[in-house]
Structures are given as structure tokens and as C-alpha cells.
Design a protein around this ligand. Structure first.
Ligand SMILES: Cc1cc2nc3c(=O)[nH]c(=O)nc-3n(C[C@H](O)[C@H](O)[C@H](O)COP(=O)(O)OP(=O)(O)OC[C@H]3O[C@@H](n4cnc5c(N)ncnc54)[C@H](O)[C@@H]3O)c2cc1C
Length: 408
């Protein structure tokens, strides 16, 4: 049986970064990454952006070359899925029946895309966007596609809609809530993106769910709505969130539910088992100490650094300021902080200029900013969020007042 001082399960953003962080901190023990995907660890955000658009070739997606992993003495076991964990014996089992022992285990498995359950959900031409294989399959089909339906108006769905529009496809977005981005952004941002997508010819339908995917010869041909009408589509893209991939850890007794729960050092309730990234739920000072599970590169990277230190006996507590970005058309959205639970939102700059920011407050304290083509606000606003700064709405709204002057 193989045994590694640190075994990392999942070779995505968090897993790859954890291995690198250990080596950067002069960890001398053995490290392996066991990852389900066959590819070298790669960047995920371009999948719904430049990669889908054909603007970024695959060769530029991996974080590092195979030689760089060898040089850093990180063993990659790719195309291999871990199916169970025996925390007492410090051992995992893989789908192909192997057992691998560990000193410390870092669980960084992200999530499985949530799938449709309605009739026709399994027809060819129905896609989720989570990994290279998903997008490669979409790209193979695209030449035969005229019309697409995107189910779910979150970031991934909207990014895909913007790329498909650029590629000349007719796009319809179906969103069950009464606005886009309802889970992650304030209403003014939702309305702004709705208007942008409409201006690019996207048919945005709110408060609508898909009743069935209708097929022809085993392939998607359209999406039926509750009123019986059918929106024609040879491709259906499902962007309705993820389910954290933590079944083996929960089955082994780890605390959790919406992901696996971790403490400030990313430790789960199982001995020597850490969890990071999209699958880890932690208490965040940026959510008033509530449990949150964040889905962002920043969170995966920063938790990887904290877990790597903790494996080596460090006691750093994870308290990094959350940040995120999304690209749609010529718009670059940058977000800092967590806007949920805001009780006021201040607009800074003119939405019509397509360069503006929204500043979110709770009890008069700045908790987040959404900045659209407004990189200065994003850079300066970070200090307001990090410092839990109290600021007057009139000053925040005035673009002639630099945000850094309010940081105190
Ligand atoms: C299309 C798309 C666009 C995105 N755009 C942005 C963006 O613009 N900005 C941003 O900040 N974030 C973005 N994200 C989110 C970001 O990519 C994730 O937050 C980040 O990848 C999380 O890292 P992770 O290591 O937790 O999980 P992942 O990067 O998802 O890696 C998890 C890995 O674990 C593997 N795995 C799962 N279960 C097992 C198992 N049992 N055994 C072995 N391996 C397993 C998976 O196959 C996967 O390779 C995007 C995500 C997607 C899908």
C-alpha cells in the first residue's frame, strides 16, 4: 500500500495550491495528489470564458508542466477517484480498489454540478460546465447549434451566454427567480446585467423554470416551459449550482451537510483531515461569523495556504477578504466582500457609463463592493471591507471622493 505524509484528494485550484504551498514552506515529506480528472491540474474560470470562446488554447490552462510537478516531488495520481476514507486507519480507498495511507489528508474536491431532474435531462446536447471534458464536448457540438437555452442566471450561465452570443448563437436564459444573480448580488447589479444581456440580443426570461427538455432522435431540440410553449435549442446549458463533493468524508463521520465543516485552520472534525475550497464550510468574519461555503479561486487558494501551514503545525487562522471576478462581454466585474445580508446599497458612478460600483452596507459598515469596469474602486474598496469601515453613504456615492480616503 502506498502511503504519503500528505495526501491531497482533488487536483483543482485548492489541491494544486496546497501542494505548492507545502513545498514553498519547505515541507520535506512525501506529497501526492489523487484527482479524478485525467488532466494536469488546470485553471477552471476560463472554461466558461476564453476557453469556451476558443480564445485560450488548452496548452495555456494547466498551472504547471508535468516536469514542474516532478521537480517539486509531488506525485500526481490522475484519473483516480477516492470513494471512502477510514479516518482511524488514516487510509483512503479509490474506485479502482487501491488503498492509500496518509499522515495528513487534505480534501479539496470542489463539487459536482447540480443537474436537471426533469424529463429529458439526460438527452445529448444537455450540458453542465464544470470541467474540461464538459466544455470540449460543447465545443464539438457548437458548429451544429443555432439556438441555445441557458438554465440558471448565475455567473457561469451568464458567462456562457455572453460567449455563445459572441459566437453568433441565439441564447435564451431561463431564471427561476425574479432577477439574475439573485443569490450573489444586489438588485441594481442584477438589473444592469439583465439590460446588458438583452442589449446583446439575449432573451432573458425571469421567474421561469424548465418543465422538460424535449428531444428529437435522442438529442435536445428545445425546452418546454410551464405554459406549454417550447423554446427551440439544440444545446441546453445547465448552470444551477454545485453539490459539494464530500460524501466519503460525511460517510466517515465528518461534521457537515452543506459541504464539510472546518475550523479556522481548515481542520475537519476527523483527525488529521483538512478540507479546503468549494467543498469546505467555515465561519467567516465577513459574514458576521456565520457558516459560509464560498466558491471562488481566492477562497480555494487562501484556504490551501492556511491548511498547508496547519499541516506543518502552524496556527494561522483563515480570515482572508473574499474576492471574485466575472467577465461578460466587455464588462469586468470584480467583487470584494460578501454582500448577502446587506441592509443598504449605494451606487457610485453612473450605470449608463458602464463603469460604476455598488457599495453594500450593513448597520452603516461597508461589507462588500461590486465594481463594474471600476478597478480603482475595487482596489481601494478592499481596505474598507477588510477594516469593517463605517462610511457615510453620501461620501461613498460621490466618485470624486476616493474610497481610500474613507479607509481611516
Ligand atoms: C466554469 C467555471 C467558471 C468559474 N469562474 C470563476 C471566476 O471567474 N472567478 C472565481 O473566483 N471562481 C470561478 N469559478 C469557481 C472556481 O473555479 C472554484 O471556486 C475553484 O475551482 C474551487 O477550487 P477547488 O479546489 O475547491 O475545486 P475544483 O477546482 O473544482 O477541484 C476539485 C477537483 O477534485 C476532483 N474530485 C472531486 N471528487 C473527487 C474524488 N472523490 N476523488 C478524486 N478527485 C475528486 C474534481 O474532479 C476536481 O478536479 C468558476 C468555476 C467554474 C466551474
Amino acid at each position: 500500500m502506498d502511503r504519503f505524509d500528505v495526501l491531497i484528494v482533488g487536483g483543482g485550484h485548492g489541491g494544486a495550491q496546497a501542494a505548492m504551498a507545502l513545498r514553498q514552506q519547505q515541507f520535506e515529506g512525501s506529497i501526492a495528489i489523487v484527482g479524478e480528472e485525467p488532466e494536469l491540474p488546470y485553471e477552471r474560470p476560463p472554461l466558461s470564458k476564453e476557453y469556451l470562446a476558443g480564445e485560450k488554447p488548452w496548452e495555456r490552462m494547466p498551472f504547471r508542466t508535468r516536469e514542474a510537478w516532478v521537480e517539486r516531488r509531488v506525485e500526481l495520481q490522475l484519473g483516480r477517484r477516492v470513494v471512502s476514507v477510514d479516518p482511524g486507519a488514516h487510509r483512503v480507498r479509490t474506485a479502482d480498489g487501491a488503498e492509500i495511507g496518509y499522515g495528513s489528508l487534505i480534501w479539496s474536491t470542489g463539487g459536482h454540478p447540480r443537474r436537471l431532474t426533469c424529463e429529458g435531462h439526460d438527452l445529448a446536447g444537455v450540458h453542465t460546465v464544470r470541467c474540461r471534458a464538459d466544455v470540449d464536448q460543447m465545443m464539438r457540438e457548437l458548429p451544429d447549434v443555432r439556438e441555445t437555452v441557458v438554465i440558471g442566471g448565475g455567473y457561469i450561465g451568464l458567462e456562457a451566454a455572453s460567449v455563445l452570443t459572441k459566437l453568433g448563437k441565439k441564447v435564451t436564459i431561463l431564471e427561476a427567480m425574479d432577477r439574475l444573480l439573485a443569490r450573489v448580488a444586489g438588485e441594481p447589479l442584477s438589473r444592469f446585467f439583465e439590460a446588458e444581456h438583452r442589449a446583446h440580443g439575449v432573451d432573458v426570461r425571469l421567474g421561469v423554470t424548465a418543465e422538460a427538455v424535449v428531444g428529437k432522435d435522442g438529442h435536445a431540440a428545445g425546452v418546454r416551459l410551464p405554459d406549454g410553449s417550447v423554446v427551440p435549442a439544440q444545446m441546453v446549458i445547465v448552470g444551477i449550482g454545485i453539490i459539494p463533493a464530500v460524501e466519503p468524508l460525511l460517510a466517515a463521520g465528518a461534521e457537515g451537510g452543506n459541504g464539510v465543516r472546518v475550523d479556522g485552520q481548515c481542520r475537519t472534525s476527523l483527525p488529521d483531515v483538512f478540507a479546503i475550497g468549494d467543498c469546505a464550510e467555515h465561519r467567516s468574519p465577513f459574514a458576521g461569523g456565520d457558516w459560509v461555503r464560498l466558491e471562488s479561486v481566492q477562497n480555494a487558494h487562501d484556504q490551501a495556504a492556511v491548511a498547508a501551514k496547519a499541516v506543518m503545525g502552524g496556527t494561522d487562522t483563515y480570515a482572508a477578504v473574499p474576492w471574485f471576478w466575472s467577465n461578460q462581454y466587455d464588462l469586468r466585474l470584480q467583487t470584494v466582500g460578501l454582500s448577502r445580508d446587506h441592509d443598504a446599497v449605494v451606487q457610485r458612478g453612473d450605470r449608463a457609463s458602464r463603469s460604476f460600483s455598488l457599495v453594500y452596507l450593513r448597520d452603516g459598515v461597508v461589507i462588500a463592493l461590486d465594481c463594474v469596469n471600476a478597478v480603482r474602486d475595487y482596489a481601494q474598496g478592499r481596505a474598507l471591507v477588510a477594516g469593517h469601515v463605517r462610511a457615510a453613504p453620501e461620501q461613498l456615492a460621490d466618485p470624486s471622493v476616493p474610497l481610500k480616503s474613507l479607509a481611516g
